[in-house]
Write a protein that binds this ligand. Structure first.
Ligand code: NAP
Ligand code: ZN
Ligand code: ZN
Length: 370
């Protein structure tokens, strides 16, 4: 781009920057209040932005943790809080510099809407670890408008095209929405720790993340064992791709798998005993936490050192890998198993999430917000 064109773009960007429009949302006003309808201001698209009409938004347990300010040890929730980071929709406006999308295209937004793009992590395509602080889709500093970002429990969202993903029109759109968080959060560690054929892999918890973990671990060729506290989920787990199911409250069943796993992915949202799973790893095995309970939990060092086992964590995934995951899902016909809800059912859906009662992701039909 020549200097004149880039100055024009900058002028257009600056003149647009404070132009806003009203978007409908569901938001929480405090940690103890229900989600209720309202409106917020969103920026008009800058030249590099797309405005997306949201068709579906998945309901992640992180939405609930954030709305209830449960993660106060690491971040405080700013109210009103508009959660939602599993967004699929249609581009209704594309800025003059947008190349990847045109009006009418399908597009998706996950947990990230911006990052510095110049630090080592951003250059490595791991924007979730941006050293200058990534901008998350909600409850993150909004560097354009001030205040915080607002998520996908809304009729629209505006995002830099660099953080918008391409979606296959061959996949069920509502079932695609949860791929944007539950999908990438399980795909990324399974890839990073090179889960493959011949390995024994455990997935702990059959919720939104867990059921995607089962599908991906199976698709990567592993022998998949699902650990659950809900015996009634056994049949579903086998249908979703688990080869074995272990009821984790049954010590004898757990013992049978001692020191046998290459890799375990823990997706549990509440406090639980990690040591019982560490004991199931074989020598040099890794257990990776993606579940984010708000409270610390004791780990007995001996469990790790005797077999040189590793305990690790993983956070969503970068934009490049999210696109790779979406393309993998399109190629293999993978989507999330969902319960489609209307936006008025969101508070009831949260209550059910807390009872581990979802098959296996709630997705909001955003037409119900119109
Ligand atoms: P979810 O759908 O509610 O599933 C959580 C599952 O954990 C439940 O279905 C249940 O499975 C199990 N569980 C719940 N309470 C338990 C307890 N007290 N003891 C043992 N197991 C229990 O939640 P999700 O949306 O998948 O999210 C899971 C966690 O991952 C949340 O903490 C969320 O914030 C976090 N998360 C992290 C990332 C990341 O980047 N690392 C991204 C997204 C979400 P069973 O019924 O099978 O036992
Ligand atoms: Zn999430
Ligand atoms: Zn960065």
């Amino acid at each position: 781009m020549n200097e004149k064109a880039s100055t024009a773009l900058l002028d257009e960007t600056q003149s647009n920057i404070k132009k806003t429009y009203s978007a409908k949302v569901y938001s929480a006003q405090s940690a103890s209040s229900a989600l209720t309808p309202g409106s917020i201001r969103r920026r008009e698209p800058r030249p590099q932005d797309v405005q997306i009409e949201i068709l579906y938004c998945g309901v992640c347990h992180s939405d609930l943790h954030t709305v209830r300010n449960e993660w106060e040890v690491v971040m405080t929730t700013t109210y009103p809080c508009v959660p939602g980071h599993e967004i699929v929709g249609r581009v209704v406006k594309a800025g003059s510099a947008v190349r990847k999308f045109k009006e009418g295209d399908l597009a998706a937004v996950g947990c990230l809407v911006d990052s510095c793009r110049v630090c080592a992590s951003c250059r490595a395509g791991e924007e979730q670890f941006c050293e200058n602080g990534p901008t998350f889709t909600y409850n993150s500093e909004d560097k354009q408008l001030g205040g915080v970002t607002y998520g996908g429990y809304s009729d629209s969202v505006v995002v830099d095209e660099a953080f918008a993903l391409k979606v296959s029109k061959d996949l069920d759109l509502a079932g695609t929405a949860p791929l944007l968080c539950a999908g990438i959060t399980t795909y990324s560690p399974l890839r990073h720790w090179k889960v493959s054929k011949g390995q024994k892999v455990g997935i702990v918890g059959l919720g939104g993340l867990g059921h995607m973990g089962v599908k991906f671990a199976n698709a990567f060729g592993a022998h998949v064992v699902l650990f659950t506290t809900s015996p009634k989920k056994t049949e579903d787990a086998l249908r979703l791709g688990a080869h074995e199911v272990v009821i984790s409250k049954n010590d004898a069943e757990m013992q049978k798998h001692a020191a046998s796993f290459d890799f375990i992915l823990d997706t549990v949202s509440a406090e639980h005993d990690l040591n019982a799973y560490i004991a199931l790893l074989k020598r040099d095995g890794t257990m990776t936490l993606v579940g984010a309970p708000p409270t610390p939990t004791p780990v007995l060092g001996f469990g790790l050192l005797f077999k040189r086992r590793q305990l690790a964590g993983s956070l969503i995934g970068g934009i490049r890998e999210t696109q790779e995951m979406l393309d993998f899902c399109a190629e293999h016909g993978i989507t999330s198993d969902i319960e489609l809800i209307r936006i008025e059912q969101i508070n009831e859906a949260y209550a059910r999430l807390l009872k581990s009662d979802v098959k296996y992701r709630f997705v909001i039909d955003m037409a119900s917000l119109k």
